[in-house]
Write a protein that binds this ligand. Sequence first.
Ligand SMILES: Cc1cc2nc3c(=O)[nH]c(=O)nc-3n(C[C@H](O)[C@H](O)[C@H](O)COP(=O)(O)OP(=O)(O)OC[C@H]3O[C@@H](n4cnc5c(N)ncnc54)[C@H](O)[C@@H]3O)c2cc1C
Length: 287
Amino acid sequence: MKPPAFDYIRPPDLDELLVTFTDGDVLLAGGQSLLPELNERRRLPPRLIDLNGVAQLGGCEIGPDRVVLGALTRHQELVDRADLRAAVPVLSRAAEHVGHAAVRTRGTLGGSIANADPAAELPGVCVLLEASAVLRSPTGGRTALVTELLQAGGLRDREVIIAIELPRLAPAEGWGFRELSRPGAYAFPVVTVSATLRLASDGTVAGLRAAVTGAAPSPYALGSAAAALLTGAPSDDWIDAVAARLATTADPVDDLYASAAYRRRIVRHLAHQALVDARRRALPAVA
Ligand SMILES: Cc1cc2nc3c(=O)[nH]c(=O)nc-3n(C[C@H](O)[C@H](O)[C@H](O)COP(=O)(O)OP(=O)(O)OC[C@H]3O[C@@H](n4cnc5c(N)ncnc54)[C@H](O)[C@@H]3O)c2cc1C
């Protein structure tokens, strides 16, 4: 099927975009989620506003502590750029798992967050790292945690994601990303788990983050529960305890691809693998 006719504009900058953006308009970024929805006539917008001419939505800044990624950052750029990979390796690894090369070449970080699929890889890493979204609308602007946006079910009326801000990983911080995906070329994730681990000089756990997608209405993280898990060295038993905690926190549902019980089991399994990877990458710093 093909979409019904719609109007199309491509504003040259952010001011023009915000002046033009009216109720009913739909933003077009990489089109990798939107165009299939139009083709299947699940969405029937009267007009598309193409973001790809808006320079303020592009570019990446890598600072000493933080990384700011324009909303139009393509998934493949996260994979290919060595400076981004050095700053946020867990995001680059997650991006490798998104779809196939054509999808990664067009699809954007801002589009992935706005699309808010509960299993998607990149929103999960944003939740892991407590990333913030810089947002503008014709009536103002705000900065919001990606976690809060996703829990709230998405963006407010006529909001545009301008950029995503997230912390760099510390040089000695270990990380892991594991995914179970659907078979076939589509390869959309069923469940993903991402984790970071920082060790003190005596080898005890000094910092821990973990996040899960595909096992609750929106991605969730260990968050403040991590503080109680900062005890001793990252032994296999410790990793089992963290993985069990993540699985207990899950709130999965049965669907076409996996039962709720299976998703919960997979969370535990992938969390174990992601934490083992993170430990392996963190250990050389204290060796
Ligand atoms: C075959 C195939 C396989 C895929 N596999 C995966 C996968 O494994 N994992 C995965 O996560 N995704 C997958 N995707 C989806 C892909 O990652 C999309 O790129 C992403 O979900 C949306 O990004 P986009 O830039 O294409 O957004 P679009 O499709 O252009 O837009 C998606 C939605 O976001 C809104 N939007 C876009 N940008 C902004 C912005 N800056 N501000 C506000 N709203 C905005 C649009 O209005 C629209 O509602 C797959 C897609 C295909 C076709």
